[in-house]
Write a protein that binds this ligand. Structure first.
Ligand code: AMP
Length: 203
């Protein structure tokens, strides 16, 4: 049997509910990683955050767990959380993580990225989702078609922001930000913080 962390050190101590804590235990997550310990309590309080974190640190769960915690299963309307990633691989990976943390279907998540026929994504969006994980170009495409509404977004995450700027996605990101409700939580994660990324973070 694996030793359990002391209650004051486990996921529950960060403010996550018992249901999510049980899911994490079943996944074999014994205790939070340092970035999770630092960010989860603050994100649950709705603060904005800029984080410098590489992959492998548990960064995905750091932003995904507070998002999942804040969503009531059922009652599907327009998405309440939007995660923007530079590549389809990362979009699929983040989407998979949210699916798993969200009870494998209780929380509806749809990855939308280029290179996949748009009709399947349109159908999935039409059925209703809680969370959208998107690459910037395809997100703009769905917004233009009226399939993706950003009016109800409460949390937006820019994952691997440096990578998105390198790939020239800044204009698409700015278009999306112009459509987001002003009263939302904004998170930006980046492996590096060059001047351009910092300037995006400040804005
Ligand atoms: P990431 O840094 O988000 O790419 O996550 C790296 C890997 O660590 C993923 O496979 C996660 O499932 C796993 N992971 C994240 N947080 C924890 C944790 N607290 N305990 C054990 N594994 C974790």
């Amino acid at each position: 049997m694996s030793s359990q962390p002391a209650p004051e050190e486990g996921f529950a101590s960060l403010g996550l509910g018992s249901r999510l804590c049980e899911t994490l235990a079943a996944l074999g997550y014994e205790e939070p990683t340092p970035i999770q310990r630092k960010t989860i309590p603050r994100l649950l309080h709705g603060v904005d955050l800029v984080g410098q974190a590489a992959t492998g640190t548990g960064k995905t769960a750091a932003f995904a767990l507070p998002i999942v915690e804040a969503i009531e299963p059922g009652g599907l309307t327009a998405p309440v959380a939007l995660i923007v990633t530079p590549t389809r691989e990362l979009a699929m990976q983040v989407s998979e993580a949210i699916f798993t943390y969200g009870g494998k279907g209780d929380i509806k998540v749809v990855p939308i990225y280029g290179g996949q026929p748009i009709h399947r994504q349109l159908q999935a969006l039409r059925r209703g989702v809680h969370v959208v994980v998107a690459t910037p170009g395809r997100a703009i495409d769905h917004i233009r078609r009226g399939a993706l509404a950003l009016d109800d977004i409460r949390t937006v995450v820019l994952d691997e922001a440096d990578e998105m700027l390198d790939l020239g996605f800044l204009p698409d990101i700015e278009k999306m930000f112009a459509l987001l409700p002003p009263e939302r939580q904004t998170l930006l994660f980046s492996a590096t913080m060059p001047a351009q990324t910092l300037s995006l973070a400040r804005r």
